[in-house]
Design a binder for this molecule. Sequence first.
Ligand SMILES: [Ca+2]
Ligand SMILES: [Ca+2]
Length: 141
Amino acid sequence: MKKVLLMIIVFMFSMNLYSVEKDVSIKVESIQNIPKKKTNGKSWDAFKGDIDIFVQATINDEPTASTEVIQDVSDSFVTINETLNLFVDLQKSKISFIIYDKDVNLNDFVCEINIQKGNLKKGKSELKCNNGLSLSIDVNY
Ligand SMILES: [Ca+2]
Ligand SMILES: [Ca+2]
């Protein structure tokens, strides 16, 4: 009985060691190669407007934090410089960045970047979407 109890304690302790929940700050620095139009060739706004862009971070597919919307970005590049603070398990959490065009009703999806579990790198990096858009981030924890 004692042995079982000890094993349970050791197991719980090792579980705790593997769970590395941390405060992680992710500075979204800029977005490059922003598509001028939707994939169907239409403009981002209903009446010829440019993209109203923002980045949403999700943890295990739950929307957790977003940057402010920057209205009518006409260039292919935009500076964001906004920090998102997340509380994540670096080993177990699936972290994604989803780029949207803000709309009154349903936002237009632009693209998505998924970070594999345990792969969020400290420091500056450039993440790429499959449509060519890239996101410059600076991660600290
Ligand atoms: Ca739109
Ligand atoms: Ca717009």
